[in-house]
Structures are given as C-alpha cells and as structure tokens.
Design a protein around this ligand. Structure first.
Ligand code: ATP
Length: 445
C-alpha cells in the first residue's frame, strides 16, 4: 500500500466510525452481528437521506412540467425481468479462492490469475452468478410462484409508460421519475454503502422522438452536472465524466458521473441513451402496444429513452466523503484544548441539522426554546443546552450543521442573537426578526 492508499483507507475508517458514532449509518441488525451489504440510517442519516431525496425530486419532478412522478411496487410480474434481460444476463463472473475462501468479481480483479486477498493461484473456474434476489408470492414455494425483488427502479416506469402518459395527458417528449429501493445480490458488497445489496435509486426515464434523442441526452447530461455543481457543491476535482466507449447494442451514448471516494473513483450516476430497447422489449413480451401516436403529424413511433440513474446511498457517501475534514488551525479560536476539529462541510441544503440553537446558559432556556420552536418550523433545527459552548459547537461541526445560533444574556434586551458560521467560524450579530430571512438566504432555500 502506498502512503496515499493508507491515508485514503484511514479516511474511510474515520467516515465509517463517525457515521456510527453520530447516528448517520450503521450495520443493519448489528445485535446479530450484522448482515453483509445491508445498512441502516440513524437519526441524522435518515434526515439527510430524506433531504437529498426531496432535493432530487424537487429538481427533477416538481420544478418541471414535463416530468411526472411514479411510486411503483418492488415486486412486479416475473416476466418483466425476462423482458428486461435481467433473468438471463444480469450476472457477474465470479471466482473463489480455494485457500482463503475469498470471492471476487472477475472484472474487478487486477490479476484474474491470482487471489487479490492472499495472492494464491488456487482459484476456481469463473462461474456466472445472477444478481437478482428471489422470493415467492403466494403460499407455495415453487417455480411457478417465484418472483424477484426489482434490481432497478426503472423497469416499472417502462411498464407503466402508457398509463402515466394517458393519466397525465402528456405528449412526447416527457419523463417519468421514481425513487425507490432496488436489490442486487452483489457477490462482494464493500466500500461501506457504495456496493450494498439493498439500496435506493433515483431514476428518471425521458421519452422522446428518436430524432431528438441525442439533443435530449446532452440536455440531461448538462442538467445533472449542473445539479452536482450548484446544488450539492461538488468541486471540479471531486467529480469527472466517464464516457462509455463500449455500448450495449441498443444504446447510442452513455456517460457515468464518477466521484472521488476515499477508495478511488466510483460511479455515482449514469446518463444513458437507451434507444427504443426497453419499450420494444416490454411490448414484445407483454403483447401490449407501447408505441406513441403523434396526432400532430400522424406518426406512430416507439419512443426513445434517455435515462438518468443515481444511487441515493452513493450520493450520501459522496457527500460525506467530500465534506469530511479535520481542521487543525481553527480550534484555539473558540477556546478548545484539543488541536483538531472534525467538521463536515456539508451543503446547507442537505445537512441533517441546518441550524442549532444554543442558549449560553440554562437560565435562558425559556426564550431560547421559543426561538428554537419557531426556527424548527422552517428549518431542520436542533436544540442543545448541555456542555460548554465550545463543546456544543464541536458536536454541531461533526454532524455538519452550517449555522449555530447562540442565545445570550443580551438577546432578550436587544432582540438579537449571534450566528456562528461552521466553515469560517466567524460570528455575526443578527436581529431575531431578520433571522429567518438571513438563514434562508444563507442556506439557499
Ligand atoms: P456498478 O458498475 O458500480 O455495479 P452499475 O453500472 O451496475 O453499477 P446501474 O445499474 O447503472 O449501476 O445503477 C444505477 C446507479 O445505482 C449506480 O450509478 C449507483 O449509484 C447505484 N447502484 C448500483 N448498484 C449499487 C449497489 N450495489 N449499491 C449501491 N448503489 C448502487
């Protein structure tokens, strides 16, 4: 391991440990020793997850007249997965090490002739391993009652295309978006939540005339890049675009938005031009005609699909990775003994707590609580009265709270509070009447 690799793995461990300690993310069913590839989001994690989800939904659905929402079931007709190709093709080649028993995806091994764990050459022949999670619907556990947990949230969008179009009276071009759980029996879940077996996807399928397909592909690519820059605050050196050269036979173009996780670059989102593949397949397998009749020009076409597909869990991990910081210079300023402050520079829009109200003394609780109750109606707020003010700032820094509002002995008299900025640690006196406006502007609401 190079020095850089050691630093990165230490950073990953620090993020994992902070997530556990402060209630962002921890192993599912941990009292039983956990279950590999499954993670629970605690109080701060679930707040943050909800915030990211809402932000995406707002950006992709609520602010657009040409994108509709959908909330479909996780289990759908098993034939859907035949049509999508998942039952026949959604598999990875895997190999086992006979010596140390580790299991690998062949395409992820640096050297497929040697075990990446112990170096042994004693590997099994690569075998196909389907990633679909199986279940049974009904009382009998046999072939006929077999169903599958969806491996991606987009297939129901294709199946419901006509129902949504008709109900929403949409014309081409328009999109359908969905946020929901997906399940994959990943051979080797790893890198914290990056590769999980149960995860949430946020997907949008945009249906258009094939002639405009590439234009829409470019449009959505731009939109998504802008979202990461402007809404999630990703810096240019934190993300990059990977252009696929090897495309599926039906696809016209595909890019991935990759992010610099502590363990290296990894896919966060895919923007894909999928041609007419998905609707054609579902038409074929279901016998339903999924073509679109354009009454303006009398043409009947199979819509082309542009897809944007992002993992919610990977977004959270990306945000935490880019936000984590250990600041050594700043601590003396606030009278703290320790020389490192752990701080998450999270974008205020998605921080689990956007504003913390900290009365300087318990004697000020009554008024401070009133202020907190008021702020809590508009922001994700928290109230903390225990410990020195420096300690309380640190607690908030560690969970990424962008603003701390200190209610002090002058506050009742001058009707003002001190707002402390997480990133600059600067303090500013703000009148309580102006506080909501001040925070809304600073948070970007
Ligand atoms: P990978 O190559 O990393 O396995 P993929 O190309 O199979 O990913 P897609 O099928 O394009 O991924 O899924 C879209 C998005 O869903 C991904 O960009 C990612 O953010 C998320 N995703 C996919 N698999 C997982 C997983 N096992 N755990 C968490 N998120 C995932």
């Amino acid at each position: 391991m190079s020095e850089e690799d050691v630093k990165d793995s230490v950073l990953m461990e620090k993020i994992v440990s902070l997530c556990k300690r402060r209630g962002f993310i921890f192993p599912s069913s941990e009292i039983y020793g956990g279950i590999n590839g499954f993670w629970d989001y605690g109080p701060y994690g679930s707040r943050m997850k909800r915030a990211v989800e809402n932000l995406w939904w707002h950006e992709m659905v609520e602010t657009r007249d040409n994108v509709e929402g959908l909330d479909s079931t996780i289990i759908c007709h098993p034939r859907a997965w035949k049509a999508s190709g998942h039952l026949d093709q959604f598999s990875d080649l895997m190999t086992d090490c006979r010596d140390c028993k580790a299991r690998f995806r062949v395409d992820q091994m640096e050297d497929p002739t040697r075990c990446s764990n112990c170096g042994s050459k004693n590997l099994t022949e690569p075998r196909e391993f389907n990633l679909m999670m199986k279940t049974f619907v009904g009382p009998v556990f046999d072939e006929e009652h077999t169903a599958w947990l969806r491996a991606e949230s987009c297939q129901p969008i294709f199946m419901d295309f006509q129902s949504v179009r008709v109900a929403a009276r949409q014309k081409l071009p328009f999109g359908i978006a969905q946020i929901g759980k997906a399940f994959r029996n990943e051979i080797n879940p790893r890198n914290f939540t990056f590769r999980s077996r149960e995860f949430t996807q946020m997907e949008m399928e945009f249906f258009c005339d094939g002639e405009q397909g590439m234009e829409w592909f470019e449009y959505w690519k731009e939109q998504r890049i802008r979202y990461y820059r402007e809404k999630l605050g990703f810096k240019d050196d934190f993300f990059r675009i990977y252009v696929h050269e090897k495309l599926a036979h039906y696809a016209k173009a595909a890019i991935d938005i990759e992010v610099k996780f502590p363990f290296g670059w990894g896919e966060l989102e895919g923007v894909h031009h999928r041609g007419t593949w998905d609707l054609t397949r579902h038409s074929e397998f279901s016998g339903e005609d999924l073509q679109y009749m354009d009454h303006d020009n009398g043409r009947r076409i199979m819509p082309t699909v542009i897809e944007t597909s992002v993992g919610l869990d990977r977004t959270i991990l990306a945000l935490l990775s880019s936000a984590y910081d250990e600041d050594t210079a700043a601590t003396a300023k606030e009278g703290m003994d320790e020389d490192v402050r752990v701080v998450l520079h999270l974008p205020p829009l998605v921080a689990p707590v956007q504003v913390a109200v900290l009365p300087l003394s318990k004697k000020l609780s009554e008024n401070a609580e009133k202020l907190y109750a008021d702020l809590n109606r508009h922001f994700r707020a928290e109230y903390d009265v225990t410990g020195s003010i420096g300690k309380r700032y640190r607690r908030q820094d560690e969970i990424g709270t962008p603003f701390c509002v200190t209610f002090d002995f002058d506050s009742a008299g001058d009707n003002a509070v001190t707002v402390r900025n997480r990133d600059t640690m600067e303090q500013e006196r703000v009148s309580i009447d102006q506080l909501r406006n001040y925070l809304e502007e600073a948070i970007g609401i």
